[in-house]
Design a protein around this ligand. Structure first.
Ligand code: TMP
Length: 212
């Protein structure tokens, strides 16, 4: 085993960008190097947070989910996930790889739902107990291409976000790119239209350069 420090790596991007495959590939790469990895996702990652995920992604019916409620459900899931799983794993020296984290809140609830940015920043830090990711990969893809990919895979049932109009997803993408521009050290933009192996190679190189 190599000398260990717990790194916190997150993946962000639109639906259909191929985040989950890259999470798996990066974990294999790091495990081969002797790093213990914890793979997780948001919203979710713990039993309670997965229940909140189900509600916030799949709720339907006459009573709509207000943007403010959506924001607080995301942050509630995060507060639980960070304290129950992420912080203990980092303290134990594990590398945590998380499929989405608080940049998704800034992009979706801020950029697309238009909620106040300073409220979001404050809630993000509150829920994350002040722990920012060490490195974030933004898998960037035009929403049209993301939807084309989603359409060709098996549906997991009704999804409130996938059901939003294309303009919503354009706003999400714009907000993600603005975040990456503002924090180029932490957030690396990945061209998710590249083939899967080239993407993995780019990610491995960035991780080696940035963290080790
Ligand atoms: P996914 O696991 O398929 O990416 O689904 C998670 C959905 O939740 C996705 O549509 C993005 C959305 N989301 C937010 O709107 N805000 C958040 O803070 C997070 C973590 C996810």
């Amino acid at each position: 085993m190599v000398e260990k420090k717990g790194f916190f790596i997150t993946f962000e991007g639109p639906e259909g960008a191929g985040k989950s495959s890259q999470v798996e590939r990066l974990a294999s790469y790091l495990r081969n190097k002797g790093y213990e990895c914890l793979l997780t996702r948001e919203p979710g990652g713990t039993s309670l947070a997965e229940k909140l995920r189900q509600v916030v992604k799949s709720h339907r019916g006459p009573e709509k989910v207000h943007p403010e409620t959506e924001l607080l459900l995301m942050e509630a899931a995060r507060a639980q996930h960070v304290r129950e799983l992420i912080l203990p794993a980092l303290s134990a020296g594990k590398t945590v790889i998380c499929d989405r984290f608080f940049d998704s809140t800034t992009a979706y609830q801020g950029g697309a739902r238009n909620l106040d940015r300073s409220t979001i920043d404050e809630l993000n830090m509150f829920a994350a107990a002040g722990r920012k990711p060490d490195l974030t990969f933004l898998m960037d893809l035009p929403p049209e291409e993301g939807f084309r990919r989603i359409a060709s895979r098996k549906s997991e049932g009704f999804d409130r976000f996938e059901n939003e109009k294309i303009d919503f997803h354009r706003n999400v993408r714009k907000a993600f790119l603005e975040l990456a521009q503002a924090e180029p050290e932490r957030i690396k933009i990945v061209d998710a239209a590249m083939d899967i192996e080239s993407i993995s190679e780019f990610i491995r190189k960035s991780v080696d350069e940035s963290l080790f």
